[in-house]
Design a protein around this ligand. Structure first.
Ligand SMILES: NC(=O)C1=CN([C@@H]2O[C@H](COP(=O)(O)OP(=O)(O)OC[C@H]3O[C@@H](n4cnc5c(N)ncnc54)[C@H](OP(=O)(O)O)[C@@H]3O)[C@@H](O)[C@H]2O)C=CC1
Ligand SMILES: O=C(CO)COP(=O)(O)O
Length: 333
């Protein structure tokens, strides 16, 4: 029997992933909570708010009926902002009558609990209602996937067979999927790279150049790895797609909302204004607080996260904290 896949969340990434699945021949229950958006997708084949320059395949359909989307699917993919995952998972669990493969493609840490997304899903979807949990992550701007630009990504799970199932769902000539057993490392890399991307945008907004960008990416990778390893991740995971790969893509591209938010911060705008005007999720802002608190809990030195925290949560001037980073005592690499 051909698999039916529910994709929950019709922002830019949910739309792009649904398009890949549709092109791979799967039946996609593409769910949005917004009926106007569902009507736009079904009638005009566009999703103007989130992907203004893209056109969707003509036969592609969306729905606002969550219950049917869940009940007719064998695989359920969550692609909503991290802060929406717990509540949505709780609703979804109500509709599950037989075990489903649970996947998520979101990148963040729950702000209050500091929990990873797979942990939230484990807590909200009872074990008898799921076969496994897989995280799908890697360097992948939705806009480029919509244009069939070449993309690589990783499917991470403690259950290797389920990771391979997800690999099989998505892999095609322009979208290459690897598997990885270290879901903890993959989720930590995915969440924390957004903080470094805010920093990369900020130094660009302040007018600094490529040397500064390279410094931030490299030292950002070092601090992400330090925390990830302390939490139990394999250090090599951070050399992969969800570590250095995603750092490169988000720290060097105006496609990245995290980079764009940082750029505006660097130009001197206020964070609240930036987030209101952006109208899309900027995960790095809430993850900064969770990562800052985790760095204290694990007693890990994370100077870049600390700097961004001071700007976003303590109103420090961005120029001041970036220059302070350079004035720290000399260290061994
Ligand atoms: N964009 C990208 O290129 C990539 C994004 N990601 C990750 O994917 C996740 C989603 O990002 P993205 O699609 O870009 O986000 P967007 O901001 O583009 O869209 C968010 C979507 O989630 C929906 N949503 C928000 N809150 C809720 C809720 N409480 N219940 C149901 N639906 C909700 C929004 O609906 P509404 O319009 O009604 O508010 C919207 O459809 C993030 O964690 C991001 O880091 C990962 C890889 C690439
Ligand atoms: O995660 C992404 C690309 O891999 C998208 O990053 P932004 O959320 O910053 O746009």
């Amino acid at each position: 029997m051909q698999k039916q896949v529910a994709v929950l969340g019709a922002g830019s990434w949910g739309t792009a992933l649904s398009k890949v699945l549709h092109e791979n021949g799967y039946s996609v229950n593409f769910w949005s909570r917004n009926q106007d958006q569902v009507d736009e997708i079904n009638q005009y084949h566009t999703n103007k708010k989130y992907l203004p320059d893209s056109v969707l395949p003509e036969k592609f359909r969306a729905t606002s009926d969550l219950k049917t989307a869940i009940q007719t699917a064998q695989v359920i993919i969550f692609v909503v902002p991290t802060k929406a995952i717990r509540d949505l998972a709780n609703q979804v669990a109500e509709f599950i009558s037989e075990p489903k493969l649970i996947v998520h493609a979101s990148k963040g840490l729950e702000q209050l609990t500091h929990k990873r997304i797979s942990t939230i899903l484990e807590e909200e979807i009872p074990i008898k209602k799921r076969t496994a949990i897989v995280a799908l992550s890697g360097p992948s701007h939705a806009e480029e996937v919509m244009a069939n630009d070449l993309t690589t990504i990783t499917a991470a799970s403690e259950d290797e067979e389920s990771a391979k199932t997800v690999q099989g769902l998505f892999i095609n000539d322009y979208f290459r999927v690897y598997t990885n057993k270290d879901i903890l490392g993959v989720e930590i890399g995915a969440a924390l790279k957004n903080i470094i991307a805010v920093g990369a945008g900020a130094i660009s907004g302040m007018g600094f150049g490529d040397n500064a960008k390279a410094a931030l990416v490299t030292r950002g990778l070092a601090e992400i790895t330090r925390l990830g390893v302390a939490m139990g991740a394999d250090p090599l995971t951070f050399m992969g797609l969800s570590g250095v790969g995603d750092l490169i893509v988000t720290c060097t591209s105006p496609h990245s909302r995290n980079w764009r938010a940082g750029h505006l911060l660097g130009e001197g705008q206020e964070i609240d204004t930036i987030l209101t005007e952006m109208g899309m999720v900027v995960e790095g802002i809430s993850t900064t607080k969770a990562a800052f608190e985790l760095s204290q809990e694990y007693n890990i030195d994370m100077p870049i996260t600390d700097a961004i925290y001071k700007v976003v949560y303590e109103d420090a001037e961005v120029k001041y904290v970036i220059l302070k980073l350079m004035q720290r005592e000399g260290k061994s690499e």
